[in-house]
Structure formats: structure tokens, C-alpha cells
Ligand binder design. Structure first.
Ligand SMILES: Cc1ncc(COP(=O)(O)O)c(C=O)c1O
Length: 410
């Protein structure tokens, strides 16, 4: 559906999720709904569960919920923790903050570690960098009685464009010899950025359908470890609909205890097939290359990216900070009205200061160049003085560096 009746061509959905849904997936979703207790469904269920294990890079069960990512956040906590449990979380941005709020509402005792202060641009330091594994290690070492039951971090912070080093967080927990569970939100990281549930020793990985998997919103995931499953047997937070045990049992035959989201599972099967055909290594390389082009454009404009640590720039999205006095949401509205291009708004503490360009999923070089052109025109129309043409720099970069196949991921 067009927002503007008179607009021709496709709308540019360049927010960092929901991402554009490929026609192949839309067609798969449109197939007739089948009996979710029939034999055909069991085969579909087993197929998507096995395919998800490959994408999470795990040998262990993956749970599918007919819910947005927030439901899977809640499920991760409800299955593994007991009322009043201490949980260590790290403030990387708006989504880390929402997960922290959810933990509070559950009656947990979350401690929210953060980098202090704001920088010269008046932006919170912690919202421009990744999870600081050293601070987590220090805090866990101080917890000699092992009161902290879980460490919860966001892999790809969608509000800022920062992808944290999860292997470093695992090493920090191990270095402190601490038994806490490690829970990671990779809602916008999965199937865009490299993510290794087993190799990084993650106990619960949380993800959703509407980002790298290129599906509409509506299903989400918990990937589990044996330690998380063991914890779920003694954890005392109330859980019924979200409980892993009955789902794992039913999933053995490819079924679910309650009615699954059949048509989105058709779409998921198609998405997993597309990712398999391309190869995960190539998918990750494609996102890294686009991100490099978009960051080069932002630099050419003479603007700053929200992320200031070059080690943790997100391959999924780029946050663009606007000069003081320019309302980023007004710029975004202009771009939407004039060029039918949707960009991500600044969220929480950085609202109005920045906008986000999504470069994930079903995209290509020309889509991104058009997106950058829309931004460049909109910035100029909004009175932002640009140092140069970001579009030109991104064109040069994309033309000079053909898309390479990525390293295979087993
Ligand atoms: C990193 C991250 N975590 C959690 C969420 C919340 O997920 P949902 O809006 O699907 O409930 C989002 C949504 O964009 C997200 O990007």
C-alpha cells in the first residue's frame, strides 16, 4: 500500500527492520494455510527448525514463538530466572534499555552497567560504543557469592548502529569464573552479521523475523544451550505459554503445542533456503560492504556516525548524527514526503539528534545509492551544509569493489 496515492515506483523501506520482504518470500507466505496437526506440517516444522540451527550456528534447540522480538526477550527471562534474581545488563542504547525495563517489570533485580557521561556533541558515551567486556568482568569478579544469575547484552544495538563483540563478553564471564547465564539479543544481528551461538557459548540467543531473515514481523526465536535448558527446570518465574519444555517436546515431530503461525513458517522456510543458496559467509560479506559504502558517504557529507568505535560499526545500519540545532526527525520527514523513503528515527536519549539508515536484507548497491541520494537531497533541503557528495563516494566504492563471495560458514 502506498502512503501517497500519487507516488509511483516502490517505496524505499530503509529502516533497520522491518526490512523489505523479497517477492519469493511473499509468494511463499501466500500459499493456503494447512492443518497444523497434519503430516505435511510436521515436515515443514522439522525443516525450519533444522534451518534455524544453521543460521544460529547451533546444535541445540531453537524455539519459535508467534510473537515479535519483545515476546522472545520475555521468554528468555521467564524460562530461566526466579523472582528477585540479580541480572547484569549493559546499556548500549534504546533496545538494551527496553530489555532492562522488561526485566524490572518481571520483578527481577537488573543492574544496568553503563559508560558514564556525555561527549562534546551532548550524546551519551555508552550509546556510541559497544558492550565493555572489561566492566562486565570486573563486576562479575566482585560478585564472589555468585548472586548474579544472568548477563544480558544486545549484539546489534539497532538504535545506534553498534555491533558488540559477544566472544569478548563470553571470555569476560569465563575469566571471572562466574556461572551466570549469557543471554544475547541478536534480533537485528542474525543473518546480517556473523553470529555463533555455540562457539561463543551463548545460553539464550533472542532473535526476530523482520530483520536479516527478511520476513514480515510476527515470529521470534530463542536459541538455547543445555545449561539454559537445565536452568529452566528449576527457574520459578511463572511461565506457561512461553515455557520451553512442551514446545521442545512437540518440536521433536515438527509440531507445536499451540497453533503456530503457519504462513510465516512458509516464509521462514523460503528465507532459510535463500540464505542457504547464498551462503552465510557471503551474506555477512554483503552487509559489511554496504555498511562501508554508507559510512564512506556519511564521512563525505562531513557528518558523524553515531558509533565512534571503528571496531564495532554495525553491518546492519548506520546512525547519522546531525549538527546541533538541526532536528533529525524534521529531516527524516522531509525525505519521506519528498522522496518516498523511510529512514529510522532516533530513539530514546538520542531522539531528534540522529537518524538511522538500514542496509540489511533484500537490498542491492543501487537501492542503497538511491537511499543515499534521498538522504543527500533531504539534508540539503533541510539546510544542512554538506562537505561533499556522499553518493559519489559510495558509487566509487561500490564500483571499485565488486561483491565477493564470503568465506563459507559451516
Ligand atoms: C535489538 C532489538 N531488540 C529488541 C527489539 C524489539 O523487538 P520487537 O519490536 O520485534 O518486539 C528490537 C526491535 O527493533 C530490536 O532491534
Amino acid at each position: 500500500m502506498k502512503l501517497n496515492d500519487h507516488a509511483s515506483g516502490r517505496h524505499f523501506l530503509q529502516i533497520p527492520g522491518p526490512s523489505p520482504v523479497p517477492d519469493r518470500i511473499l509468494r511463499a507466505i501466500s500459499l493456503p494455510t494447512i492443518d497444523h496437526r497434519g503430516p505435511e506440517f510436521g515436515a515443514l516444522g522439522l525443516q525450519v527448525l533444522a534451518g534455524l540451527q544453521r543460521v544460529f550456528q547451533t546444535q541445540h534447540p531453537v524455539i519459535i514463538y508467534p510473537a515479535s522480538g519483545t515476546g522472545a526477550w520475555e521468554a528468555a527471562l521467564a524460562n530461566t530466572l526466579s523472582p528477585g534474581d540479580a541480572v547484569l545488563m549493559f546499556e548500549t542504547g534504546h533496545f538494551a534499555s527496553l530489555w532492562h525495563k522488561l526485566a524490572l517489570r518481571f520483578g527481577l533485580a537488573p543492574e544496568f552497567l553503563a559508560l558514564p557521561g556525555t561527549d562534546a556533541a551532548g550524546l551519551p558515551n555508552g550509546w556510541r560504543r559497544g558492550v565493555q567486556a572489561g566492566l562486565i568482568e570486573e563486576r562479575l569478579r566482585a560478585d564472589a557469592g555468585h548472586q548474579i544469575r544472568a548477563v544480558c547484552v544486545v549484539h546489534n544495538e539497532t538504535s545506534t548502529g553498534v555491533t558488540s563483540d559477544i566472544a569478548a563478553v563470553r571470555r569476560a564471564v569465563d575469566a571471572a569464573r562466574h556461572p551466570a547465564l549469557l543471554m544475547v539479543d541478536t534480533i537485528s544481528g542474525l543473518a546480517c552479521a556473523d553470529y555463533r551461538h555455540d562457539a561463543w557459548g551463548v545460553d539464550v540467543s533472542i532473535s526476530g523475523s523482520q530483520k536479516g531473515l527478511m520476513l514480515p514481523p510476527g515470529i521470534s526465536f530463542n536459541a538455547l544451550s543445555p545449561k539454559a535448558i537445565a536452568a529452566s527446570r528449576t527457574a520459578r518465574l511463572p511461565k506457561a505459554y512461553w515455557a520451553w519444555d512442551e514446545i521442545i517436546e512437540s518440536n521433536k515431530g515438527g509440531y507445536w503445542p499451540s497453533t503456530p503461525n503457519t504462513n510465516l513458517l512458509y516464509g521462514l522456510a523460503e528465507s532459510l533456503q535463500m540464505l542457504h543458496e547464498e551462503g552465510l559467509g557471503a551474506v555477512f560479506a554483503r552487509h559489511l560492504r554496504w555498511a562501508e559504502g554508507v559510512r564512506a558517504a556519511v564521512r563525505a557529507w562531513g557528518l558523524e556516525t553515531q558509533c565512534v568505535d571503528s571496531a564495532v560499526h554495525s553491518p546492519v545500519l548506520t546512525g547519522v548524527v546531525l549538527p546541533a540545532g538541526i532536528d533529525a526527525d524534521r529531516v527524516r520527514r522531509t525525505i519521506h514526503e519528498r522522496f518516498d523513503l523511510s529512514l529510522g528515527t532516533g530513539l530514546g536519549k538520542i531522539r531528534g539528534r540522529m537518524f538511522r539508515i538500514g542496509h540489511l536484507g533484500d537490498s542491492n548497491d543501487l537501492t542503497l545509492l538511491a537511499t543515499l541520494a534521498g538522504c543527500e537531497m533531504g539534508l540539503k533541503l533541510s539546510g544542512v551544509v554538506l562537505a561533499g557528495s556522499g553518493v559519489q563516494v559510495a558509487m566509487d566504492l561500490f564500483a571499485a569493489q565488486p561483491q565477493r563471495a564470503g568465506a563459507p560458514v559451516s
